[in-house]
Ligand binder design. Structure first.
Ligand code: H2U
Ligand code: ZN
Length: 362
């Protein structure tokens, strides 16, 4: 169990995946439990929106037309942040080689980056988010992410496939039609690169996997677990920064989405629905977040250190309208939280996994 001081005294906690610390101020945190919970009016979106660029049969920018799709639908982003290698003038001849100025060595480092950006619509329905889709529909989403990881990762110049979902206007999501994005790049981006460095170092020191070891301890302790099924556990990490942050970890030491067996894929779809139903039920609002998977790079290395997991970073703190801002001390000093991860987990654990929109129907 948590030493009592960690639920009462200001302290900092270490994130072994990134090597960064988070400041925890539990003495300030009595409020969230007592705070007024404001309800937002339901969105009441139509099943089909003729003005939506993601709905089946509609036109997108640059004149492309979506087919009358009936399951998931993947297309190349019309405004990609990254371009194919042939469209990128290499700064140095090969990917990954910084083009360093000879004298300024390192002070003006730059590298050309090539990549592919895609958009994945979860279903033709404009109004149904992950917890509102059926198990079979979410399995199709998992299968699509897996196929995309395999297809994009098999391209010679791609070293990393980042699957992510930005949900809600507060997260800068431009369209309510449920969708995710995939950016596949010629270099490993910062966040997975930091984690891989720490996973490798842990493996070197302990001859075991950091996430396998961490997951085992968390499952023994139970106090930060939110929900689990046969193949996955969702927990509020000991070092969580965002109030209701969740890390979703595969039970088996699988490195990537592409390593999951069929029953594990179904379990993944199941737990994605459970997590997002709990999130929506927290403030009875469609809960905004950024989430994404961290998996093994698709370069030529074995990456036995990598262990498939996902991070959910939701901004809401006390109600549907009170969000956490990462400003001031957090930008200049370090991230800080009031609500302890244990309290956040207990709160999420107490909620139903039946989506509130369904429970009000019955
Ligand atoms: P969000 O997930 O942040 O809402 O982004 C949606 C993406 O959809 C965004 O990257 C792309 C934008 O470039 N998009 C198209 O590819 N075609 C369009 O017609 C509009 C938006
Ligand atoms: Zn739509």
């Amino acid at each position: 169990m948590l030493p009592e001081s960690l639920s009462e005294t200001p302290h900092r906690r270490y994130n072994p995946l990134t090597g960064e610390w988070v400041l925890v101020s539990p003495h300030r945190a009595k409020r969230p439990w007592l705070g007024q919970v404001e309800k937002m009016p339901p969105l009441n979106l139509p099943a089909y929106d003729p003005t939506c660029y993601l709905c089946p049969g509609n036109s997108r920018a640059a004149g492309k037309v979506n087919p009358a799709y009936t399951s998931t639908y993947v297309f190349d982003n019309d405004f990609p942040a990254l371009l194919l290698p042939q469209s990128v003038s290499s700064l140095s001849g090969s990917w990954g080689q910084p083009d360093l100025g000879s004298q300024e060595e390192g002070l003006f480092a730059a590298q050309a980056v090539a990549g592919i950006c895609r958009v994945v619509c979860f279903s033709p329905r404009h109004d149904l988010t992950l917890p509102e889709l059926s198990q079979a529909q979410v399995e199709a989403v998992v299968q699509t992410w897996t196929d995309q990881t395999r297809e994009l990762g098999s391209q010679d110049f791609i070293q990393y496939v980042q699957v992510f979902e930005n949900k809600g206007e507060t997260m800068g999501c431009s369209n309510p039609h449920p969708h995710s994005q995939i950016w596949a790049t010629s270099q490993i981006p910062n966040e997975p690169a930091k984690e891989i460095a720490h996973l490798l170092e842990y493996q070197r020191q302990h001859q075991s996997c950091l996430l396998c070891d961490y997951l085992r301890l968390e499952r023994e302790r139970g106090e930060r677990i939110v929900t689990s099924n046969q193949h996955f556990t969702a927990l509020v990490p000991f070092w969580a920064v965002w109030p209701f942050e969740i890390m979703l970890v595969a039970h088996r030491h699988a490195a990537s989405l592409t390593d999951l067996h069929e029953d594990e894929q179904a379990s993944l779809a199941d737990i994605l629905r459970r997590i997002t139903a709990r999130y929506d039920n927290l403030f009875e609002v469609s809960f905004p977040y950024s989430m994404g998977f961290h998996q093994a790079p698709t370069d030529d290395l074995p990456h036995t250190e990598c262990h498939l997991h996902a991070h959910y970073y939701p901004p809401l703190l006390r109600s549907a309208t009170v969000r956490k801002f990462m400003v001031g001390y957090e930008m200049l000093g370090m991230p800080q939280r009031d609500l302890t991860p244990e309290t956040a987990a207990a709160r999420l654990r107490s909620l139903s996994e039946t989506h509130y929109s369904q429970s009000t129907l019955s």
